[in-house]
Write a protein that binds this ligand. Structure first.
Ligand code: SF4
Length: 80
């Protein structure tokens, strides 16, 4: 399993993630990225077919704003 969301406080709207993973990342009106699959909640398991794209986006983000986890991010918050 793999979950992702964008830390929009550090995203600089460079556009790289949407180029690498157009089925996962889109941009708001400010150009700031978000996970379009779950409205940037980090709660939807990313389909395996998109994992290579996600890895490319993760590695290509210049500000390390793309967060990855093997468990849903909301569960992490609930458990902490
Ligand atoms: Fe933002 Fe990183 Fe995507 Fe660039 S690659 S738009 S900094 S999340």
């Amino acid at each position: 399993t793999l979950y992702t969301f964008v830390n929009q406080d550090t995203c600089i709207a460079c556009g790289a993630c949407g180029a690498n993973a157009p089925d996962i990342f889109n941009y708001n009106e400010m150009g700031v990225a978000y996970n379009l699959l779950d409205n940037n909640q980090g709660t939807l398991n990313i389909p395996k077919a998109l994992h290579d794209d996600l890895e490319d986006a993760y590695e290509g983000c210049p500000t390390e704003s793309i967060k990855l986890s093997k468990i849903p991010f909301n569960s992490r918050y609930i458990n902490s």
